[in-house]
Design a protein. Structure first.
Length: 345
């Protein structure tokens, strides 16, 4: 996952012109999934009316459409789907679009870098429900889509899963957007994953908890804590109270939703090394889990706690901190197993 390339976001999509409608182009908004907020048609991951209370790095990461997908139902006989898109900057690398049906990747189409282009993805002739994962790091804005040789309709809506976390949740070091642990677990559970992971962030910022409370969603996961060891060092006692406060604010908007707390996964350099306030990552992980279990014992019957420590070994870390594809898959499997009994079919 490269550094944020975004300086000026791409222009929002304009309404389709009559000649575009006649040519079969459809507006993108009904087809977008994984969206938190729309800012003049652009998918963003923080409330555009409440950015002043957030750290600058979170605001920058929130401008990237991490986890946003195009989902549609194609009629039998539809040969392909065309997507027209615009990027913040084309960048040096090709743009990769992945086509999925259910839990299976059907193929990828790679295009040359361009600020605005159209990509065509071949479809199986039998039709069905499909997802397209665009390249995330260029902040692509979908301008329209159309069927070739058939017809498209928006995919059925699924229950929304709000997943808050840091760069690991954002999907760093997964080789494809669709292979991050939230994307993989969401497919497994049949949920519409809304990725609210912010690289370098997720340090217990309470304004984000209030934004999370305002977002529609049926399932919630909080997966932060590793950046509380060094990026914004805190003590175990501080993190314990912050988790309690964070959950309390989220519960204002989601009082009955299954809410999973995932404590930090393995970070070898931090496990037994005290931070500036004397807390090791082991201490911080224990504080998070303690806070969650206390809240559950006090009556929050739909609050779940999953320890991140057993999920990964050093061999699953691509850079000593972020999981590789196999590590993301292991986290996804554990999270799906934890949530499955609490997510209605």
């Amino acid at each position: 996952m490269p550094d944020n390339p975004l300086r000026e976001p791409p222009a929002p999509p304009a309404p389709l012109r009559p000649e575009e409608v006649e040519a079969g182009w459809l507006g993108p908004e009904p087809f977008l999934r994984g969206t938190a907020w729309l800012d003049r048609g652009r998918a963003v991951r923080a409330d555009p009316d409440d950015l002043a209370r957030l750290p600058w790095d979170t605001v920058e990461r929130a401008a990237l459409p991490i986890g946003v997908r195009v989902e549609f139902t194609a009629a039998p006989g539809t040969r392909s789907v065309e997507l027209r898109y615009r990027t913040a900057s084309p960048g040096p690398l090709p743009h990769c679009f992945a086509l999925w049906r259910g839990t299976r990747c059907l193929g990828e189409v790679v295009t040359d870098p361009a600020e605005e282009a159209t990509v065509a993805l071949p479809l199986p002739t039998g039709g069905g429900v499909f997802s397209v994962h665009p390249p995330e790091d260029r902040a692509p804005v979908v301008l329209g889509l159309r069927a070739v040789g058939g017809s498209l309709a928006p995919a059925p809506r699924r229950r929304r899963w709000l997943v808050h976390g840091d760069s690991i949740t954002e999907g760093w070091w997964s080789t494809r957007p669709a292979l991050s642990w939230p994307a993989t677990a969401g497919r497994t559970l049949g949920l519409d994953t809304v990725n609210l992971g912010y690289a370098g962030g997720a340090r217990g910022e309470l304004p984000l908890a209030e934004q999370l409370a305002r977002l529609p969603g049926e399932v919630v996961t909080l997966a932060f804590g590793t950046n509380c060891w060094s990026a914004a060092p805190c003590s175990a006692g501080w993190l314990y109270e912050t988790v309690r406060a964070y959950v309390g604010l989220v519960r204002r908007g989601h009082p009955d939703a299954p809410l999973l707390i995932l404590s930090p996964v393995l970070r070898p350099e931090a496990e037994t090394t005290p931070n500036a306030l004397g807390a090791t990552l082991e201490d911080l992980r224990a504080a998070m889990e303690h806070a969650g279990r206390d809240l559950a014992a006090e009556g929050d019957e739909r609050l779940l706690v999953l320890s991140g420590r057993p999920l990964l070994g050093p061999e699953h870390l691509a850079d000593g901190l972020h999981p590789d594809d196999a590590g993301h898959a292991r986290i996804a499997a554990a999270v799906a197993d934890a949530l499955r009994p609490h997510v209605r079919a």
